[in-house]
Design a protein around this ligand. Sequence first.
Ligand SMILES: C[S@@+](CC[C@H](N)C(=O)[O-])C[C@H]1O[C@@H](n2cnc3c(N)ncnc32)[C@H](O)[C@@H]1O
Length: 216
Amino acid sequence: MAVQVLSGEERWKLDRSDDAQFYAEPRFVQHLDGAFRARLRALYAERIPPGAVVLDLMSSWVSHLPDTVAYAAVIGHGLNARELEANPRLTRHWRQNLNRDQRLPLESASIDAALIVAGWQYLEYPEAVAAELLRVVHPGGQLIVAFSNRMFAQKAPRIWTEASDQGRLALVARVLVAQGWPPPLRIAEPTRAEGPLGWLGGQGDPFFAVVAQSSR
Ligand SMILES: C[S@@+](CC[C@H](N)C(=O)[O-])C[C@H]1O[C@@H](n2cnc3c(N)ncnc32)[C@H](O)[C@@H]1O
């Protein structure tokens, strides 16, 4: 049983319709700009060893893992079958609405690195998902939750839409620690836009990540 952190009111979101409907049509777009994605790839290269078993939870047609690193498996999860089938990094995948059912169909301690990119903000029950991730990530394994400041606001619970960037980092950390994850590392960095805009000092999507290492 997960330890509750959010109140019922904090889970409220504008669009209460089935999330599977919202994601029924594939979106072959990048949800984050090139600067953000480059920073994320660098973090993955630094943190996830070659040969790891990776879980890309709330994935799409892209996983942002460095092309040059080989992993034992990259297990994908999401809501749109066509996006997941098009993702070249995934070894296998499954579909599941995490706002309906948070139990992950994975063996305990079977994952080395679990990733969520631009997805946590849509979780109505992040506590139960965090507890499940603690179960499936093996001792010494990691969870990396990355996000920027954009979202489908109608699909994000109020606690996320109304929080500051720092508040969101603190929220993810609080939910994880409540389930038994050790206090995670929090990263908050500006990025520089790619190309001529960046040369002129233009900024890219801001980069935020929470990195937790299981000690169980
Ligand atoms: C903005 S996209 C990000 C996709 C991908 N991680 C990326 O970096 O491009 C949000 C993703 O969250 C997932 N998602 C949203 N609501 C969900 C839900 N209720 N249950 C499961 N997955 C959900 C979908 O797979 C969707 O593709």
